[in-house]
Structures are given as structure tokens and as C-alpha cells.
Design a protein around this ligand. Structure first.
Ligand code: PMP
Length: 317
């Protein structure tokens, strides 16, 4: 067990720091009970991404997307940031936009969860609710039409195709994991949404040591309850996704993930989101394989967010 893995995410904050300085450098946590069956030389750790100020891993991507666009002149003063997400990225844009004085306009299907709509409204976002029957594709089409009409007024952040998304993890998450494990990490395991987390972190870790195994996780079917994750075969493939990077891809079921959310809450005191439980289910599979083969392993995964936004639906009710 490593002893020097925890670095408080706000360790560098001085008086007068901004919320942007609270993004990244998240703690790397270990487990008491869910890993108790593993031998001493097989360890599992998770980056606690809910410690970011917007409550999720997506603060990293959103901040880098905004900084990059400002640097490249694509987001000039007075312009509005626009995108089509009801998820964590939307919340991150909303938080950063409020803090920086940037207007944010988001298109989302009208059936987005009430918690998310309320959070976005709280940050003062201009919300446009699109036809729920058209799903997220309908929201994307609406954004594209708006930007095509008035290209000088809007910056289309487009997290699925914007390299600043994965680069946030290449410059942040990947380096943090290497440093926090003192270079001992053997596996990195992460679920695929936009794929920014897996691609950016995976690329960086492979540069540090090409033997580090990169494992992607996906829902095991197109119809699933793993919010934030994509079944790539049946979804629109994100432009930033590179399906040759991961050494392995594991399908994970909604049932196993739901069961693990309850174990994490009740056995570890970790009330985390569903995709965090998926991340642990996948990581334990890798850990159990290593144990069965008599190999040592230091497996690192990432817990994207807490359960806060999902409380109105299963599995906790
Ligand atoms: N889990 C949750 C809860 C998310 O919101 C996201 C982002 N869609 C992911 C996992 C996947 O992260 P990424 O977009 O970096 O692949």
C-alpha cells in the first residue's frame, strides 16, 4: 500500500484563490472493504473527481476548452459559449462562465433530469429545451443551426470533437497519476463518454511508460443506465476517440454497476455516481485477473462524480 498518495486538491490555494485553482490535483483514494479479497501486491486506487469545484471530472475539460478558445481568439469578449450538454460538462461551463463573466447558452432535451436543469438555472445559464423525442442529436442540430446563423456571436465548445478536452487530461490527470503513484502505476482504467479522460490520461501514461496497460470500459448494451458513458458501437463516435489506444476494452453491465454503487456507499462511505461504480467494477476485474495470475498490480481508475445529481432515481431509492 502506498503511503504518500494523498495530496489535498486545494494544497496550493492561498488567500484570494479562484475556483479555477481548485480544479485538478484531486486526491487518489484507496479502499477498505471492496478490495479486501485482493493480495497485498495488488492495489486499486481512484481519483476523487467530485472534489473539483463543479463536482465532476468535467471541470478539467471545460476549463481547458475555455482557456484554449480564448488563447486562439475563438472566444472573444462579448461572445457566448454554446453547447448541447445536460451533463457534467454543461455544469462546468455554467460554473466557469459565471466566474469569468462569459455568457453560456446550452441546448438540452426537455427530459433532462430536474436536478441538472435546476443546477444550470442556478448558475444563470440561458437554457433552451429541445424536443425529447429527438434526444441529444436534436440538441446538437439546434446548436449547429444557431452557430451557422451567427458565427461571430457564438463559440461552439463541442466537447466531442475539441482536442482541448483530452489535452486537459494529458496535461493534468495523467501527470498527477504518475506523480501520485511515484511511477508505480501498472494499469489505468476508465469509462468512455466523450473519451477525453481515457485518451488524454492514457496517452500521457504510455509516454511515461509504454508498458502501462490502458483499459477502457463501456456499457455492455446500447440500452443502459450508465449515465455519462457511451456504448460506442451504437453511438455517434466522438471525433477525439481513438479506438487503438486502449490495450483492452471491457463491457460492464448496469446491474453490476448499480450493485457496486450501494457497496461503495455502505461499505466505504463513498456516495459516488454510477459511472464511478462502473469504474470500480472494471478495475476489480483487472485486479482479480492479476491476483489469479500471481502478478503484482497498481491499478488506478477515476471516479467522475458524486451521487448528488442522481438521487431522484435508482439505485439508491
Ligand atoms: N462519467 C460521468 C458521470 C460523466 O459525466 C462523464 C462525461 N460524459 C464520463 C463519465 C466520461 O468522461 P469522458 O467524457 O472524459 O469520457
Amino acid at each position: 500500500m502506498l503511503t504518500t498518495t494523498v495530496r489535498p486538491h486545494n494544497a496550493t490555494i492561498k488567500m484570494g484563490a479562484s475556483i479555477e485553482e481548485m480544479i485538478g490535483n484531486t486526491p487518489l483514494i484507496s479502499f477498505q472493504r471492496v478490495t479486501a479479497h485482493l493480495p497485498e501486491n495488488v492495489n486499486v486506487y481512484a481519483k476523487a473527481e467530485w472534489a473539483n469545484p463543479g463536482g465532476s471530472v468535467k471541470d478539467r475539460a471545460a476549463l481547458n476548452i475555455i482557456r484554449n478558445a480564448e488563447r486562439e481568439g475563438k472566444l472573444a469578449p462579448g461572445m457566448t459559449l454554446v453547447d448541447s450538454t445536460s451533463g457534467n460538462t454543461g455544469i462546468a461551463y455554467a460554473m466557469l462562465g459565471a466566474a469569468r463573466g462569459i455568457k453560456v447558452k446550452l441546448f438540452l432535451p426537455a427530459n433532462a433530469s430536474p436536478e441538472r436543469i435546476t443546477i444550470l438555472k442556478a448558475y444563470g445559464v440561458d437554457l433552451v429545451l429541445t424536443d425529447p423525442l429527438e434526444g441529444s442529436d436534436g440538441a446538437i442540430r439546434a446548436v449547429r443551426e444557431l452557430v451557422a446563423k451567427e458565427p461571430d456571436a457564438y463559440f461552439y465548445a463541442d466537447q466531442y470533437n475539441n482536442p482541448a478536452n483530452w489535452q486537459a487530461h494529458y496535461n493534468g490527470t495523467g501527470v498527477e497519476i504518475w506523480e501520485q503513484t511515484e511511477g508505480t502505476v501498472t494499469h489505468f482504467v476508465a469509462g468512455l463518454g466523450t473519451s477525453g479522460t481515457l485518451i488524454g490520461t492514457g496517452r500521457r501514461l504510455k509516454e511515461f511508460n509504454r508498458d502501462i496497460q490502458i483499459v477502457s470500459l463501456q456499457p455492455d448494451s446500447p440500452f443502459h443506465g450508465l449515465e455519462g458513458l457511451k456504448h460506442m458501437e451504437s453511438a455517434i463516435k466522438p471525433g477525439i476517440y481513438d479506438d487503438t489506444l486502449a490495450d483492452r476494452n471491457l463491457p460492464i453491465s448496469t446491474e453490476d454497476s448499480y450493485a457496486m454503487t450501494l457497496r461503495l456507499a455502505r461499505e466505504e462511505g463513498l456516495l459516488v455516481g454510477i459511472s464511478a461504480a462502473t469504474a470500480l467494477v472494471g478495475s476489480l476485474k483487472i485486479a482479480e485477473e492479476a491476483a489469479a495470475a500471481g502478478e503484482s498490480a497498481t491499478i488506478v481508475t477515476l471516479f467522475p462524480d458524486s451521487a448528488a445529481k442522481y438521487l431522484s432515481h435508482s439505485p439508491w431509492k
